[in-house]
Design a protein around this ligand. Structure first.
Ligand code: HEM
Length: 508
């Protein structure tokens, strides 16, 4: 039977359907033909629907991504379901993303979970690059990120670490079997930030309000950093299966905002009775001024409080905890720190914030801690709103860009024995700082979306570690040679996996 005869033998409706099918196929072919061919970065071969997800799995931590960089190079592409994920592993390309093309790559990716916690980008950390971000960053700078703020807050930081030292000395076990110092340091970090933010502190580690705050912030971190919800993020048609997970996120988010609102209102009641002078204002007073001027909404105020709770407190605490573990595990380093403190300040003279710049060895210890154990090893993911070029490749719009800052700071090609904790590596003439003056060392990122909190984090970490070393001989618990420094990674965070017991023998 000829083709004409075959077609004329098909009933009318079926002919119509067949024609439609042929037209659709032809249109797809035409679109594909004329669509500009993208030159995508290298990467493993992707399969339909799942992309590379089934090959590489969920745990895209800094170490796994470093291994892949050895195979695929300084820039590679992973297709995680519908999402494009571009991983950057060289200082040159990091410079391109964060500095040269900082505007193009200056946005943040969104996902269903972060959308809940940030009210779809009403905050500052996770919002796209644009007017809202600029306004939020400006409004947060005066109350948090200036030298004047440091000068105002530093006596509080000194009080807080002195109070920690007094509490450790009062603990009958601390000098013998040891204690989990981290538990007390956590309250120190909350107090440092809550004094800056609200002019208030927590007295006791078992204060119910403090416990509730810690619980909710812990839940927020767990839910947001987990890999459990990847499937709904990578393959949108699977999102209905995330319903329960998202419900939990919504509940934690609502409870946190109510709690934060309570702190804001408490401060508002106080300042109504006793209006603060310009010098007495704390961060929330400035932020509420911006709200009253109509610059931001009340929700924006609460999301700023949310951002400080996650971005400032945990990251700094993790760095302190890791620094402490390395000081315990490296008695020579501990001794060199103590010798420097004794010789620069004099034995028994407590370290204060203005002394920190006079203590280079202490500074190297802090930088070495942040090099080996980066709290945010992949930075906060960046994103390009529009199609862009990087390293000669086409980067599709809305790709998630991970800069593997940990690998940049731990690549044996340019770091000698990178897995060894050696503060002296920073003694060289290169003067590598944490502020991004060298693209091999970016613990705070660099450029437009870099961490503005560096101005607070470095002196706080230095002060806490320095004062502890001045006050105690810090040792592993009886029967152990070292404390555990294993890490636990999340979507883009890294913390110590186990909170170790540390023996603190007072130094007279
Ligand atoms: C050791 C402590 C800290 C570390 C390691 C750290 C690290 C980082 C990193 C890597 C980023 C992302 C940079 C990028 O995406 O390019 C970031 C962003 C940010 N950090 Fe920190 N941070 C620390 C402490 C703080 C503190 C104390 C504050 C506030 C008081 C803070 C506030 C922020 C904010 C608001 C952002 C978002 C900036 C933006 O998107 O424009 N951080 N931090």
């Amino acid at each position: 039977m000829g083709l004409l005869a075959f077609v004329s033998s098909i009933p009318h409706t079926e002919t119509a359907l067949l024609s439609l099918f042929v037209i659709v196929l032809a249109s797809i072919a035409v679109v594909q033909w004329f669509k500009p061919k993208l030159r995508l970065p290298p990467g493993p071969v992707a399969v339909p629907i799942f992309g590379n997800w089934l090959q590489v799995g969920d745990d895209l931590n800094h170490e796994n991504l470093s291994e892949m960089a050895k195979k695929y190079g300084e820039i590679f592409l992973l297709r995680m379901g519908q999402r494009n994920l571009v991983v950057i592993s060289s200082p040159e390309l990091a410079k391109e993303v964060l500095h040269t093309q900082g505007v193009e790559f200056g946005s943040r990716t969104r996902n269903v979970v972060f959308d809940i916690f940030t009210g779809k980008g009403q905050d500052m950390v996770f919002t796209v690059y644009g007017d809202h971000w600029r306004k939020m960053r400006r409004i947060m700078t005066v109350p948090f990120f200036t030298n004047k703020v440091v000068q105002h807050a530093r006596s509080h930081w000194e009080e807080e670490i002195n109070s920690v030292i007094a509490d450790i000395k009062a603990d009958p076990d601390a000098a013998s079997t040891g204690m989990v110092v981290r538990r007390r340091l956590q309250m120190l970090m909350y107090n440092n930030m809550f004094r800056m933010m609200f002019g208030r502190r927590f007295e006791k580690v078992d204060d119910p309000l403090f416990l509730e705050l810690k619980r909710l912030n812990g839940e927020r971190s767990r839910l947001a950093q987990s890999f459990e919800y990847n499937y709904g993020d990578f393959i949108p048609i699977l999102r209905p299966f995330l319903r329960n997970y998202l419900k939990q996120c919504q509940k934690v988010k609502d409870e946190r905002l109510i709690l934060f609102k309570g702190f804001v209102e408490e401060r508002q009641r106080e300042t109504k009775v006793n209006p603060p002078s310009t010098d007495e204002k704390c961060a929330i007073d400035h932020i509420l001024d911006a709200y009253k001027n109509g610059e931001i909404s009340y929700d924006n105020v609460l999301y700023i409080v949310e951002n400080i709770n996650v971005a400032a407190i945990e990251t700094t605490l993790w760095s302190i905890e890791w620094g402490l573990a390395e000081i315990v595990n490296n008695p020579d380093v501990q001794k060199s720190m103590r010798d420097e403190l004794n010789s620069v300040l004099g034995p028994g003279v407590p370290l204060t914030e203005p002394d920190v710049p006079k203590l280079p060895y202490l500074h190297w210890v802090v930088k070495e801690t942040m090099r080996l154990h980066m709290a945010i090893p992949l930075l906060v993911p960046h994103m390009n709103l529009h199609q862009a070029k990087l390293g000669g490749y086409d980067i599709p719009a809305e790709s998630k860009i991970l800069v593997n800052a940990w690998w940049l700071a731990n690549n044996p090609e340019w770091w000698n024995k990178p897995d060894v904790f050696n503060p002296d590596r920073f003694a060289g003439p290169e003067k590598i700082e944490a502020n991004g003056n060298d693209f091999r060392f970016l613990p705070f990122g660099v450029g437009r979306r870099s961490c503005p909190g560096i101005i607070l984090a470095i002196p706080i970490v230095s002060l806490v570690l320095g004062r502890l070393v001045q006050s105690f001989e810090l040792l592993p618990p009886p029967g152990f040679r070292k404390v555990d420094t294993k890490g636990h990674g999340g979507q883009f965070s890294l913390r110590i996996a186990n909170h170790s017991v540390i023996v603190c023998k007072p130094i007279n």
